[in-house]
Design a binder for this molecule. Structure first.
Ligand code: C2E
Ligand code: MG
Ligand code: MG
Length: 627
């Protein structure tokens, strides 16, 4: 109620009332107005206290956007004094790209009473941009018309920075700040999608493997290698830039290749995505330039470091559906380049493709074979040359493929090793061989008991559970550990001598014997052998094959036997095929022989017959009875 209305109503009935009542009535509107004003002041006071102390930026603007009030937080956050703000329009400091959205949010607030949450940028007085999060509420007059907007802004610049950093980290390599594998695959996917819509668009992936840094890891430590990797990435990045001649093609009249992404995959491996290629040689040329740029020395702790690179190239093909496929092929081509090419560059081709497909097929088949239990163990006799008696056997795996074809390990062992499938296969062979050894010990009471030689796969050897596995096989099958002989190749034994000694000692503690397989093919010296707790040395069959006609092989075989005896090792000659080879080995004092001359690897039933024949006739020698 307003005062004027009260005064107009007054004369009609008031004069008839007693005067104190009249005075009271007259005073009432004034009291009411005084109360209203007091209340309004309290409200304003409250608004002032809240807004002036709040960290949030609080603003009042009229419907035209004119600033009516800005809380002191504006000065703290954006650097402008109230005077400076008052002299400018409310949109003036808003980022030009965000103005449209701010106007729209204000319009929404006017229509609905409350605007949606909005993120926008405001310019600080120092010229930098701050990100604010705001909501606007409409203030209406008595007639319900929106006259003002109250806007509450929060400074979220720091939060945004952290969010952006996290987002960046998810797609970039921390060390070099290059795109990581994830971002690379994402860009590759985009290139593939684009090529699907525009068949003339050509692109390629270069897989770059930098050599020569591992040595520095060992000698100079990780931090030096990290710095080298940063330097390499910087050089690659600068040489790959569009405006650099690296990506300019003579064939395209010096026009640069349009886009490229350099990424770090892992360790010293980088990838490059070249897009919009103009000619078929573009990728090869970029690969050459990468190699050239790496050939210039890097400096680490005042020492010149020379790096080199093998590069595999995969060119875009419509048959690629997943970015991973193309990356994989570039990786395969890189491996080829590393192993075979003199230039250190290879383009992935259909032959390589066929090779990969074959391997993938084999891998699938091997997995199925494990499930279907298609593996068998064959046994090849190891003969004591002095007596001609079978002293032991070597367990050799065979794959009874689809129950129709017997496949030897050379056809699948490489793929099985690479894919880790050799682990379950080898585990099964070990258990089966131990079980069979125990069964033969119960059947044939030879003294000493028949030795069962079992091959250990490199991967199994490198994994710490070999010792536990062997122990469980021994416990489970109750085979005498002294009759179990585990074979590791010379290469395995020498790759990490400390690990070898540790594992071999643990195995020896269990009572099993150890032999070094394929001796002479690795790069070890006999002098290093003494540090290994081995019992037996097997001379590789490549020397035995040459014994008859090649004087050098003969001498090496002789030398190995003599020195091995010096180190108290027994010697087995592998791959004896002829009587003449046998005669030489007997002359050299070789202890045991294994080879087709005595027997090919045979199944357990055939071997049992051989053992039975020898045990029935104590003078009988299986050697005599065999081809
Ligand atoms: P290895 O351990 O050196 O086994 C000896 C290989 O020489 C066997 O080949 C055997 O059949 C062959 N051999 C024996 N005598 C003669 C001969 O007089 N002339 C010729 N030309 N060859 C002879 P195999 O069975 O094909 O095995 C090849 C390799 O596969 C083995 O070499 C061994 O390293 C590996 N391997 C076999 N079975 C297993 C297994 O169960 N586990 C693991 N981890 N590796 C195995
Ligand atoms: Mg062997
Ligand atoms: Mg061997």
């Amino acid at each position: 109620m307003e005062l004027t209305t009260c005064v107009i109503l007054f004369p009609s009935w008031v004069l008839q009332r007693p005067w104190p009542e009249v005075v009271g009535l007259i005073a009432l509107p004034y009291v009411y107005i005084a109360y209203q004003r007091f209340h309004h002041r309290r409200k304003n006071e409250l608004f002032r206290v809240v807004s002036e102390n709040a960290a949030d930026l609080i603003a009042l603007v009229d419907v035209t956007g004119k600033r009516l009030y800005n809380s002191p937080a504006y000065e703290k956050v954006l650097g402008y004094s109230p005077k400076e703000l008052a002299a400018t329009g409310s949109l003036e400091q808003v980022h030009p790209e965000d103005r449209e959205r701010v106007i729209e949010a204000a319009r929404q607030a006017g229509l609905t009473g409350i605007g949606r949450r909005l993120e926008y940028r405001m310019r600080h007085k120092d010229g930098t941009w701050r990100t604010l999060e705001s909501t606007a509420s409409a203030i209406r007059n008595r007639k319900g018309q929106v006259t003002q907007l109250a806007i509450v802004n929060r400074d979220i610049t720091e939060r945004k920075r952290i969010e952006e950093q996290l987002e960046h980290n998810a797609f970039h390599d921390v060390l070099t700040d290059l795109p990581n594998r994830r971002l690379f695959l994402d860009r590759l996917q985009h290139a593939m999608d684009h090529a699907r819509r525009h068949p003339e668009f050509k692109f390629s992936v270069l897989f770059v493997d930098v050599h020569g840094l591992k040595i520095f890891n060992e000698t100079m430590g990780h931090s030096v290698v990290d710095q080298l990797i940063i330097d390499i990435s910087k050089r690659l990045r600068s040489r790959l830039r569009h405006d650099d001649t690296v990506s300019r093609s003579a064939a395209t009249g010096g026009r640069p290749i349009a886009y490229e992404t350099l990424a770090r995959m892992d360790g010293d491996q980088f990838t490059v995505l070249l897009e919009d290629l103009k000619g078929p040689t573009d990728s090869m040329r970029v690969a050459m330039r990468i190699q050239e740029s790496l050939a210039e020395p890097f400096t680490a702790r005042d020492v010149d470091v020379f790096a080199s690179a093998s590069i595999g190239i995969a060119l875009s093909l419509p048959s690629y559906h997943q970015p991973e496929e193309m990356l994989r092929d570039a990786d395969i081509a890189m491996c080829r380049a590393k192993a075979q090419s003199t230039s250190g560059r290879e383009v992935f081709d259909t032959q390589m493709h066929a090779f990969v497909v074959k391997r993938l097929k084999l891998e699938t088949e091997l997995r199925k074979a494990i499930e279907r239990e298609e593996f068998r163990v064959f046994y090849q006799p190891i003969v004591r040359l002095a007596t001609g008696q079978i002293a032991g056997v070597e367990a050799l795996v065979r794959w009874w493929r689809n129950e129709s074809e017997l496949v030897g390990p050379m056809a699948f062992i490489e793929v099985a090793e690479e894919t880790g499938l050799m682990l379950p296969i080898s585990r099964w062979v070990q258990r089966e061989a131990c079980r069979q050894a125990r069964a033969w010990h119960l059947l044939f009471h030879t003294d000493p008991p028949l030795t069962m030689t079992i091959n250990v796969s490199p991967r199994e050897f490198a994994q710490s559970n070999l010792v536990a596995n062997v122990k469980s096989d021994l416990d489970e099958t109750k085979v005498d550990p002294r009759s179990v002989q585990l074979e590791i190749t010379e290469t395995m034994a020498m790759s990490d001598p400390n690990l070898t000694i540790r594992i071999c000692s643990q195995l020896k503690d269990m009572g099993v014997r150890l032999s070094i397989d394929d001796f002479g093919t690795g790069h070890s010296s006999l002098s290093r052998l003494h540090s290994l707790p081995a019992d037996v040395l097997k001379i590789d069959r490549s020397f035995i094959g040459g014994i008859e006609h090649d004087g050098e092989s003969r001498e090496i075989a002789h030398l190995i036997i003599t020195l091995a005896h010096h180190l108290s090792l027994e010697v087995v000659a592998e791959g004896i095929e002829t009587r003449s080879q046998l005669t030489y080995l007997e002359q050299f004092g070789c202890d045991f022989g294994q080879g087709y001359l005595f027997s090919r690897p045979v199944d357990h039933a055939a071997l049992e017959n051989l053992l039975a024949a020898a045990s029935c006739d104590p003078a009988g020698s299986p050697v005599k009875g065999l081809p």
